[in-house]
Write a protein that binds this ligand. Structure first.
Ligand code: KIV
Length: 302
């Protein structure tokens, strides 16, 4: 185990603490969040890291992919999450085309996620091809989490949201991508939708932690999408996800009860009502009566 003391539940989680968790074989728990109330809840639940994923586009903004998510969207939602998460490490996704054009642009854009959004680290999709950018970011003092396997920003190139690297050649290439990301200075790597055996190879080969989603139990940690965990994503649930609660149904029931009470005249009741004192009420009534009389008089004159 590392000499650091990373697991104090009151301390803010750092990127180096995640590495120490891997060394101590303590599974890392990461979950997405996109706003202050959900960040407060997951932080209070004791997760190690909160990912402001560009899954925002699908879970919250109603798009059918992550591609339309903008840097401004991510800055705004990251800042909201940072206001809610006081302990967990907050990592912000770099959206589509904010890091691919040039390393200079990537540094500027990641800088906004950190300086304006308050993120402690950024995540970007891609393997060996993005390692020069990862190196530039790390050299600029920006901690980077990699993301390989099913990379949703490349959905059109991949031909859909499918399990990746099932054959030997792409599996070996993925391991090389992981190694290249580690060498470029990434502090952790998300492995999305790859065979469990491959994720286990990667997790064993790398000194930095792997965080899996649809990559089996051999990873150093697991990440899930908030809406999938809680039944907030409608009927569809990806195969790699598990619904731990049906909060969606609870919300539907609560809002239906609210609607019933409004329609039945039950809500608002006395408890939800503010009153003015009797003297003020009388004064307002007198003023209104006087005005109505004046309006009536001028109408009579016409
Ligand atoms: O955007 C996201 O939520 C992600 C996770 C699925 C890892 O990238």
């Amino acid at each position: 185990m590392s000499a650091m003391v990373p697991f104090d539940s009151a301390r803010a989680v750092t990127t180096t603490a995640l590495r120490a968790m891997k060394e101590a074989a303590r599974p890392i728990v990461m979950v997405t969040a996109y706003d202050t109330p959900s960040a407060r809840l997951v932080d209070a639940a004791g997760v190690d890291a909160v990912l402001v994923g560009d899954s925002l586009g699908m879970t919250v903004l109603g798009f059918d992919s992550t591609l339309p998510v903008t840097l401004d969207d991510m800055v705004r939602h990251t800042a909201a999450v940072v206001r809610g998460a006081t302990r967990a490490l907050v990592i912000a996704d770099m959206p589509f085309m904010t890091f691919q054009v040039s390393a200079d642009e990537a540094v500027r854009n990641a800088g906004r996620l950190m300086a304006e959004g308050g993120a402690a680290a950024v995540k970007l999709e891609g393997g060996t091809a993005v390692t020069p950018t990862v190196r530039r970011l790390v050299d600029a003092g920006i901690p980077v989490m990699g993301h390989v396997g099913l990379t949703p920003q490349s959905v059109h190139q991949l031909g859909g949201y499918k399990v990746q690297a099932k054959e030997a050649a792409p599996a070996v290439a993925l391991l090389e991508d992981c190694r290249a990301l580690e060498e470029a200075g990434a502090f952790a790597i998300v492995l999305e939708c790859i065979p469990a055996e491959l994720a286990q190879f990667a997790s064993r080969e790398l000194a930095i932690p792997t965080i899996g989603i649809g990559a089996g139990e051999g990873c150093d940690g697991q990440v899930q999408v908030f809406h999938d965990l809680l039944g907030l994503g409608g009927e569809f649930l990806p195969r790699h996800a598990k619904r731990f609660a049906d909060v969606g149904e609870t919300i539907r029931e609560a809002v239906a009860r609210f609607a019933d009470e409004v329609r039945e005249g039950v809500f608002p009741g006395e408890e939800q009502t503010n009153h003015m004192d009797t003297a003020t009420r009388a004064e307002v009534e007198r003023a209104r009566t006087g005005r109505l009389r004046a309006v009536g008089d001028s109408a009579d004159e016409r």
